[in-house]
Design a protein around this ligand. Sequence first.
Ligand code: ARG
Length: 578
Amino acid sequence: MHHTPLHVAAAEAVAARAGVAASDLKVETPKPELGDVAVGCFAIAKAQGKNPAAIATEIATSFTPNAWLASATAAGPYVNFRANRAGIFQWLVDKALADKLVPQIGDGRTVCIDYSSPNISKHLAYHHIRSTVIGHALAQMLRELGYRVIGINHLGDWGTTHGMLIAAWNLWGEVSPLDVTALNDLYVKFREAMKTEPALEEKGRQWFKRLEDGDPEARALWTRFRDISLGEFEAVYERLGIKFDEVRGESAYEPDLPRVMKELRAKGLVEESEGAQVVQLEGEKTPILLEKNDGATLYATRDFAAAQYRFHTYHFARSLYVVDRGQSLHFRQLFKLLVKAGEDWASRCQHVPFGLVRFAGKKTSTRGGNVVLLRDVLDEAEADVKAKIAEVNPDMAPDTLASVARTVGTGAVMWANLLAQRDKDMDFDWNRVVALDGDTGPYVQYSHARCASILRKAGATPALADIDWTALSHDAEWAVARRLLEFPEMILRAAVGDSDNIDLAKPAACEPHIMCHYLLALAGDFSRWYTAGNGDATLRVLVDDPRLRSARLALVMGVQAVLRTGLRSLGIGAPDQM
Ligand code: ARG
């Protein structure tokens, strides 16, 4: 059931005459020959103890046209309305071109989104892309809706592993070039060596202790490794068009931890269990672990401090954590701990879990061991797409081809991660990801490029003020308009759920795949419309009749604008040619 502005207008037209709330009425889409939108009168009949057909007749006869609705007829218990199609075409194209179709529900309220958040000195492996891509799409959609979004990269840059890495570097020294691959190898080698030489573990612990105590040598190495990692990560983020508002790793919370422990102890929450400091939580078999028996604090403690920091810094209306499903227990415990500690904003925190990525079809290079590197996937996608575009469009200039292939290759990989339902595992099927048709990102991008190419071919774009919208009388055109009308609701559903949900009533939906499916449907309706012109020349966009041609071109402009906004809301670019 959709609540497009047309559906709302129909419900309101009936409600106004029947003394019921518009939201209590059932609005449907009737068969095209009957009308454009229908309202059932059952609820009213029940409330008034009358016959629904009689009520439908009454309402239809007293109907007066408005901006959305042109006429009404009764059909049994329904009032069938014809839409004011010309008015709606005009409204849609005006709004779409002014980028004003997205409902501004955010009202400047703040949403924090923790996403990507990889561990330093390790590869930004392929499984990190799902967090990166989903988190970025959520950030983009919420920004479109008028929220103030703080995108946060909560780097894993603290803990005993960083002591081990320093110990490894001291053992085996400088490797050239010292990049993430080299750091990763050093760490793997150290873990291997630990198996036969248990004393190494103690070495690693000592180095971490020195790091915690601010020892300059330890600190300098750690900083160096962190900078190397961040540099490589940033190259990938830049390729994806991602800029974080805050890059703040776990290490940043180290100074807060004594205070956190003191606060939790003062509240009487902390107890000792097998030498560790823990808090018992309602409904959880295992307590949350805050401090190990050697006094070292843990991931959870740093997350607790980070949650407080985010609230006090940004006063968020919501705080989202886009992290794989494997960490569900961690976040459930963290949020329960916040409640127990008396943080009344704890209910604003939400884990946004996602499933695993499995690789099928094509093998991807695995230079860094058996992880699939995001960088390599992007390179291959770009190369594949480049070859495909060069084939269908051999005349494209090399520079253009390179930049289009970059947008489309990156977009294809991002799209594949968004299209699959978030909480399901997904198969990364290479051939499906980079195909130019089917339910792929390139297909939607291609539809956008197609709009642009029609407009290029037309030469001058029509002046919107002069358009005779009544010229658009074909059902295929109306089908496109109906789809465009759904856009405001779809972005709302994909990001937050529905309009009741903007004030934290329920968890936010966080389902970018809803936007993907919407854009595929729009691309499909658009394609049905313009390919109709292949069989019937009178249906072409670029017909001779200037009145018809201008109106159709304007509709193409509207489609193009919504495709562009929709793709942008997912973090994906919209090329003008392909
Ligand atoms: N660094 C962690 C990992 O790679 C993810 C961190 C997620 N964010 C958080 N606030 N815990 O598994």
